[in-house]
Design a binder for this molecule. Structure first.
Ligand SMILES: NC(=O)c1ccc[n+]([C@@H]2O[C@H](COP(=O)([O-])OP(=O)(O)OC[C@H]3O[C@@H](n4cnc5c(N)ncnc54)[C@H](O)[C@@H]3O)[C@@H](O)[C@H]2O)c1
Length: 344
């Protein structure tokens, strides 16, 4: 079959910072053609098409128009979180599967509407949690598994980015815009489901953000796991990586990951009568290369369209990561333990 018949035609929605990155990745994929680029700010879409010299791509000011004019195979939603629900529901109801940016939605009510639209249309809605596609994260998950059932999972996330713009105005910038990645990574690493959250948000006097630049959260997870999160987006000096610094304690040992390259794992040896039992360092194999970041999520989405498999980030699963975010915000505002079942 000629290659052009295998090409899938995408409608890309959103021509902001992340939309530009998606355009590059879609454009370089040998089985994808960007049929349309949509932005409510039409000139952004048309300027971007010109700047990137996408000669086969047409600009549109609304998704409705683009769907009507183009025969497309799927939609990639890279709009602001407040628009994810309307864009995704419109695409699904028009019979198009959707690969959408995180966070799934700006509220749990919207997220539930999106899941319902996927069920009613029978079309796939997958959220791109790009930080899952990281070979070191996958290697760290293996290291944790080797230490048996996980009981404690801790992460420290300390960065001081001076973004300016919408994040500096948000009420919960760290929890809503960033911690969704870290919470989703905790689910990926542990395989456990979130059950309840306790969270305290704060903002130190030197903070350049209006809302809470810091948060501390404890999650009760299934299988007896406790996941502890400590984070700040207004911490200067001695920064952690964007993946955070992790400690996972299992029944047979502990594994650490600095979020960059260093994974350290120690397994306890049988040593009756010792105060601290002796341990042995584990040797970790170099992790295999994978398609990382949004290239990875695009690959998994296309594979799911082809084979009918359920990808990571499928909306019924991803809504649990979003629920961790909203449980934290509720807990911090109402100063109480919040069960995930209150939100889903
Ligand atoms: N995975 C990552 O690492 C990562 C990094 C950055 C951003 N993101 C996510 O990507 C998304 C976009 O972020 P950004 O930084 O590009 O934002 P942005 O504000 O730069 O761009 C968003 C664009 O969407 C357009 N838009 C808004 N509503 C629309 C609608 N209904 N229809 C069509 N266009 C609409 C806006 O005009 C704007 O051009 C967000 O959900 C963000 O959280 C993910």
């Amino acid at each position: 079959m000629p290659d052009y018949l295998l090409m899938k035609r995408a409608i890309l929605v959103g021509a902001g910072g992340m939309g530009q990155t998606w355009a590059d990745v879609l454009n370089h994929h040998d089985q994808v053609q960007i049929a349309a680029w949509v932005d409510t700010d039409f000139s952004r879409a048309s300027d971007a098409i010109q700047a990137k010299n996408l000669i086969d791509t047409k600009p549109y000011g609304s998704l409705k128009e683009a769907i009507k004019a183009e025969s497309a195979d799927f939609v990639v939603d890279v709009t602001i979180p407040e628009a994810h629900c309307s864009v995704t529901v419109e695409a699904l109801r028009s019979g198009l599967p959707v690969l959408g940016e995180k966070p799934m939605a700006a509220s749990m009510e919207q997220a539930k509407q999106m899941v319902a639209a996927s069920e009613e249309s029978g079309k796939l809605y997958m959220v791109s949690q790009s930080r899952r596609y990281d070979r070191m994260l996958i290697a760290y998950r293996e290291a944790l598994r080797e230490n048996g059932t996980l009981g404690i999972l801790n992460v420290d996330f300390y960065l001081g980015p001076h973004f300016g713009g919408f994040r500096d105005e948000m009420e919960s910038p760290l929890i809503l815009d960033m911690a969704i990645h870290t919470f989703d990574q905790a689910r990926f690493l542990s395989g456990s489901k979130p059950l309840a959250a306790y969270c305290y948000e704060s903002n130190p006097h030197w903070s350049w953000m209006k809302g809470a630049g810091c948060a501390t959260a404890i999650f009760e997870m299934s299988d007896g796991l406790v996941f502890n999160y400590r984070g700040s987006w207004v911490a200067e000096g001695c920064l952690t990586s964007w993946e955070g610094e992790w400690r996972g304690v299992g029944e047979r040992g502990t594994a650490l990951w600095d979020g960059h390259n260093a994974i350290r794992s120690e397994e306890v040896l049988a040593g009756d009568g010792e105060f601290f039992r002796p341990v042995r360092s584990r040797n970790l194999e170099a992790p295999p290369e994978i398609l990382e970041g949004i290239r990875g999520s695009l690959g998994e989405f296309l594979e799911a369209l082809e084979s009918g498999s359920t990808p990571q980030g499928e909306c019924h699963d991803n809504i649990l990561s979003l629920a961790m975010v909203f449980a934290c915000m509720k807990s911090s505002r109402e100063k109480r333990r919040v069960e995930i079942s209150e939100l889903i």
